[in-house]
Ligand binder design. Sequence first.
Ligand SMILES: [Zn+2]
Length: 196
Amino acid sequence: MDSLRAALNDSGVTLHCGQNMASVFSHPIPAAAIIVAFGPRVIPPRLAAAGLLCSVLPDLDVVGFKFGVAYAEMLGHRGFSHSLLFALGLAALGCLFAPLLKSRPAIAFFFLLAVTLSHILLDALTTGGLGVAFFWPWEETRWFLPWRPIRVSPFSLEAFLSRRGPDILLSELRWVWAPSAAFAVAGLTLRRIIAR
Ligand SMILES: [Zn+2]
């Protein structure tokens, strides 16, 4: 992450880049909740690992800053890698490699689709940066949801540790971690009841 942060700092978009430190930790949380809720019989460890990877993979686009790609371009941050087509592509790959993931193709497809979409959805719920290019390549508009409760924060550690840090953490705990934990506990409880 240090190199990504350095790339952003070099690019001069640090304060309003839309991606943030706390989200780097928060993006895998909905995926983890689905894994816990459904359990290893439905989502075996290899598929779970692929899912956690897919939940953060769209943000590899920040590497583009290092090469002078502007935020608003489709190769820029929250561009093509934050589209429905990209999510479907990862899901299709999961379906193709399902035997390697020790999973059934349909489960691999829908799980990887859900976790990649969860990343895009969380970004669309944040208060800063540009929106997500959800309908790329049919449309290059950047989208946010009408309701955006998740506070955006900078990549830079200094800025994050400033006064805004606790607010940002609190907003992510409230809108990402708490609902995810509730979903995981509900799924776990339901599985235990069914298993009796
Ligand atoms: Zn993102």
